[in-house]
Design a protein around this ligand. Structure first.
Ligand SMILES: *[C@@H]1O[C@H](CO)[C@@H](O)[C@H](O)[C@H]1NC(C)=O
Ligand SMILES: *[C@@H]1O[C@H](CO)[C@@H](O)[C@H](O)[C@H]1NC(C)=O
Ligand SMILES: *[C@@H]1O[C@H](CO)[C@@H](O)[C@H](O)[C@H]1NC(C)=O
Ligand SMILES: *[C@@H]1O[C@H](CO)[C@@H](O)[C@H](O)[C@H]1NC(C)=O
Ligand SMILES: *[C@@H]1O[C@H](CO)[C@@H](O)[C@H](O)[C@H]1NC(C)=O
Length: 941
């Protein structure tokens, strides 16, 4: 700094001297001289600084068109102020020395190794956030002794936080969040008394929270969430009198919450969720003027502080998932500021009839899974912003107030598993925003009010396990969006209305355990999304309508314990069917007698033919294949010598391994794709473009034309690999039929799947809406099964190396099939760098960057991303976003489809928690695919 000032000074002196000793003419001359002569040593410090930056820049990877292209080497004699005036992101002080470097979100890649810390010692602000910096934070950072603001968040810096950082005495803002920093928090940070904000969140920091942090009396913000910090919260944090935000969620902290935190009189946000805190909540916390309090998912016990909402500012209160007991705190009775409240999954008790007040802003209340009793207050209907009210699994009794009908904004009402009595008020039909209504497992009686048919947006309704009687109202036909209709275990009588056929979105229909009579309406055949149909334990009579055969393949159909008569339809779609307990059914099923007409027809029945086909086809296929392989080579040889064929002009050798049962040859595929015309392209995967080749109307193949020829590949090894891969048969793995190679083209031949890639569906708003929660869970399950097979049932195990939503294909039933397995390994052109080409950015396990060794656990990580993406509908991006509410379905679930019903919800939540386990940055901490697949199977059955 001193240098800069002196030079400035000497320039002025020189001009003065010249002016005073000359007349006007010589003054002009002198000016000219000044302009022409080299500026003597002007601002050489800033020049040095600029050159220091250039040296660093030379070692960075910079995107094309980067604004950093304004950082150009300064020609000799050029104006030293150029970096200050025209370099992007550079701000100088009055002396021409570089003071601020604002390089956030510049797409920069590199390290700080070459950063000229000693030259740039005048820096007060350094912002490198949202780039792709790697490597450690150098100790030399302490040389930036004037630094006030340091932000390197959202990069990939690794290693430990150097304790020397504490020598930057004037630092007020320190943001190192969302990197890969490890080790513990240096206790020296407690000496940086100027600090106002510290964020070390979203790293892998471990060890204790240093008690020295309690000395930072100017601190407003302390973000340490999402690390691996353990031990207790030091009592000393209670000294941080200026603190407004304390966020320690998602760590492994334990012990009790220190009562000293009650001294943080300026605290507005306290987030301690998803740790292992135990003991009771300090009563003193209730006296703070908190805006948000999150203590969820710990092992806290005892009562909630009585005077929560002391300052009248409380908006968000989340204590779910603890072992709290006692009543709703009295302080909440008068707390109109509340917006979101979660008490669910505790052991809270007491009479809720008069425990709540009036909340004009409240949008979300969940008190489910507790031990509350008392009655449902009609006052809830006055909370005009309430969209979710969940009181399920309590001991609440009394009537459902008819006033609820005026809650026209309510979208989810769950009163299930309580002791409600009386009728369902017909006024509930006015709740026209309703999406999810569950009154299941109560003592409700009377009819299902036909007025409920006005809930035209309804997605799911569960009235099961009550004492409802009367018939199913015809107005249910208005629920055209509904996908889950559960009336199980009531006393419903009469016929199933034919209007049921209008519910074309239904995936689950359960009318079991009622007193329903007469025939199953043939309209059920319209329910083409159905996965589960349960009509068991009724008094249905007549014959099974033939139309039931046209329900989707694989639908679980339970018709047991009815009074059905006549033949059971025979059809391959009609497989997951229970029909026991119908004494007068007949047909070719175990336990049934043959139908009278069937005995004579048996030999001609189509099922019989199909069976023969099933046995014979593979046999014929195998024989044909033998012929084909030999024939193919002969055919090829002949063709090569035939001069008319333009395709073969190049000549050259031809390799082929195919395993399908038709005469598919190289130029059949070329013909079907019109010589790999763009028009037939259905996507670009890793290593090549995929084409749809329709050889015959019923013989469609996917052909991946490889970018690189496989010249460098050890051919025998390569062909052996292909041969091994063509032998894989698994319902969740795309069948690889074979490989053809020629001078012109090399390609892999795969099974063609109608619904394309998971990626193309998730990226389309229209298609993603088709993908409901059950389908999504099923897709995740399929991917898990396929990977488990590859990892644990193949010898040697196959590591996929490139699991992403582009490599998961869906068939017409949305069953997932993994594609491109093994391709990355097959096409390793040089074994030393294959990891560089294998894998898709955003799915690659973090350790791969360091170890360069792909293991099964890398696939597990990529699977975790895919699973999360299926639930979120988009790539999770910067994992994971703030606060312990992260990975809560309500927050991250794909908002293009409505929240799932309880049953699907459980499965979706399991997927969420499994994906989180799979994304463990420690590969050894991740589950195996076998474990994942078993857990999913067990829970989804
Ligand atoms: C650091 O940068 C990130 C990304 O630009 C920003 O969100 C964050 O608020 C910054 N931190 C501070 C302390 O300014
Ligand atoms: C409903 O609110 C009114 C005041 O708005 C109150 O007097 C009454 O006790 C409340 N009723 C119940 C059942 O909570
Ligand atoms: C619910 O209330 C019943 C009596 O109505 C009682 O027997 C039962 O223990 C209560 N359950 C809980 C979880 O409090
Ligand atoms: C709950 O409190 C209300 C109002 O004080 C009372 O009328 C009701 O009987 C109580 N319910 C139970 C189950 O104790
Ligand atoms: C159908 O419902 C009955 C009774 O509600 C139940 O026992 C049975 O398991 C259900 N069937 C299927 C396939 O879920």
């Amino acid at each position: 700094m001193g240098g800069g000032t002196n030079h400035q000074f000497s320039k002025n002196n020189m001009a003065k001297q010249i002016i005073s000793s000359s007349n006007l003419l010589s003054f002009s001359l002198a000016l000219l001289i000044i302009m022409l002569s080299p500026i003597p040593n002007l601002a050489s410090t800033s020049l040095e600084e600029a050159n220091g930056l250039l040296k660093w820049k030379a070692n960075l990877e910079i995107p094309n068109n980067s604004l950093l292209s304004s950082w150009i080497p300064l020609p000799l004699n050029s104006d030293a102020s150029i970096p200050c005036t025209s370099w992007f992101g550079v701000v100088c002080n009055a002396d021409g020395s570089i003071q601020r470097l604002n390089l956030g979100s510049c797409g920069l890649k590199g390290t700080l190794h070459q950063f000229s810390f000693s030259l740039l010692h005048n820096l007060t602000h350094l912002d490198l956030s949202v780039n792709n910096f790697t490597g450690p934070i150098p100790l030399e950072i302490q040389l930036l002794s004037k630094l006030v603001y340091l932000n390197i968040s959202l990069n990939n810096f690794c290693g430990v936080i150097p304790r020397e950082i504490a020598n930057i005495r004037q630092l007020t803002d320190l943001d190192l969040s969302k990197n890969n920093l490890t080790g513990s928090i240096p206790q020296e940070i407690g000496t940086m008394v100027s600090l106002k904000g510290i964020s070390l969140a979203l790293n892998h920091l471990s060890g204790l929270i240093p008690s020295s942090l309690g000395d930072l009396t100017s601190l407003n913000i302390l973000y340490l969430f999402y690390n691996k910090l353990s031990g207790h919260i030091p009592n000393e944090l209670g000294n941080l009198k200026s603190l407004t935000d304390l966020e320690l969620s998602l760590n492994q902290l334990s012990g009790s919450i220190p009562s000293s935190l009650a001294n943080l009189i300026n605290l507005q946000r306290l987030f301690l969720g998803a740790n292992s805190f135990s003991g009771s909540i300090p009563q003193g916390l209730g006296r703070l003027d908190l805006i948000k309090l999150e203590l969820d998912d710990n092992q806290l016990s005892g009562n909630l502080p009585d005077d929560l909402c002391h300052g009248g500012m409380l908006q968000k209160l989340t204590v779910s998932g603890n072992q709290l007991t006692g009543p709703i705190p009295r302080g909440l009775l008068n707390c109109p500021s509340l917006i979101r409240v979660r008490f669910d999954h505790n052991q809270l008790s007491g009479n809720i009839s008069n425990s709540f007040g009036f909340y004009p802003s409240l949008a979300y209340l969940d008190i489910s899974h507790n031990r509350f009793h008392g009655e449902l207050s009609q006052n809830w209907s006055k909370c005009k912003n309430l969209t979710v009210l969940n009181m399920g699994y309590n001991n609440i009794s009394g009537y459902i107030p008819r006033e609820f009908g005026s809650s026209t904004q309510l979208q989810k009402l769950n009163l299930s598993s309580n002791h409600f009595i009386g009728e369902i008020p017909k006024e509930l039909g006015k709740m026209t925003s309703m999406l999810y209504l569950s009154l299941a497992d109560n003592h409700l009686s009377g009819i299902i009010p036909p007025e409920l048919g006005s809930l035209h947006d309804l997605l799911a309704i569960d009235l099961s396990s009550n004492r409802l009687n009367g018939s199913i109202p015809r107005s249910v036909g208005n629920w055209t969006h509904i996908y889950n209709l559960n009336l199980r275990n009531n006393k419903l009588i009469h016929k199933i209305p034919s209007e049921i056929g209008k519910l074309v979105q239904l995936t689950e229909l359960d009318l079991s355990q009622n007193l329903l009579k007469e025939e199953i309406p043939s309209e059920v055949q319209s329910l083409q999304s159905l996965q589960k149909l349960n009509l068991s334990h009724n008094r249905l009579s007549g014959s099974i309508p033939d139309s039931i055969k046209s329900l989707p393949r694989g639908t679980d159909i339970d018709l047991s314990y009815n009074e059905l008569i006549g033949p059971v339809p025979t059809n391959t779609n009609f497989v997951n069917v229970s029909i026991e307990g119908n004494l007068h059914l007949c047909g070719n099923f175990t336990g049934l007698k043959f139908c009278a007409s069937q005995i004579s027809k048996k030999k001609n029945d189509p099922f019989h033919h199909q069976l023969i086909l099933v046995i014979m086809l593979p046999l014929i296929g195998a024989i044909l294949l033998g012929f084909f392989m030999c024939g193919l080579i002969a055919y090829r040889k002949r063709k090569r010598h035939s001069p008319q064929k333009p395709l073969d002009k190049e000549g050259g050798d031809y390799f082929s391994i195919t395993s399908f049962d038709g005469g598919v040859a190289y130029d059949d595929i070329l013909k079907a794709t019109n010589d790999f015309d763009e028009a037939y392209s259905i996507g670009t995967g890793g290593y090549g473009t995929v084409y749809k080749a329709e050889l015959q109307p019923n013989n469609v193949l996917a052909v991946k034309k490889l970018h690189s020829s496989s010249e460098n590949v050890d051919h025998n090894g390569f062909l052996n690999e292909i041969r091994a891969l063509t032998n894989i048969r698994h319902r969740n793995i795309v069948k690889l039929y074979g490989y053809c190679s020629h001078v012109r083209y090399s390609f892999l031949i795969y099974e063609y799947l109608e619904n394309g890639s998971l990626g193309s569906i998730l990226r389309s708003d229209v298609l993603a809406k088709e993908l409901d929660w059950l389908k999504r869970v099923n897709i995740v399950k399929g991917v898990a099964n396929g990977l488990a097979y590859m990892h644990h049932d193949c010898s040697p195990p196959i590591i996929h190396r490139d699991i992403s939503i582009s490599n998961v294909l869906l068939d017409s039933d949305y069953e997932a099939h993994i594609s491109d397995f093994g391709t990355s390994k097959l096409l390793k052109l040089d074994s030393s760098n294959w990891t560089a080409i294998a894998g898709t950015y955003g799915y690659i396990a973090p350790e791969l960057a360091y170890t360069m060794v792909a293991t099964e656990k890398c696939d597990v990580f990529s699977f975790g991303i895919v699973a999360l993406e299926v639930i979120m509908g988009k790539h999770p991006g910067e994992l994971p976003t703030l606060s312990s509410d992260y990975l809560v379905l309500e927050n991250v679930g794909d908002s293009r489809i409505p929240l799932p019903l309880p049953q699907a919800e459980k499965q979706v939540k399991l997927v969420l928690s499994l994906s989180r386990a799979c994304l463990n940055s420690n590969p050894n901490g991740r589950p195996t695919m076998r474990q994942v697949s078993n857990l999913l199977m067990k829970d989804l059955l």
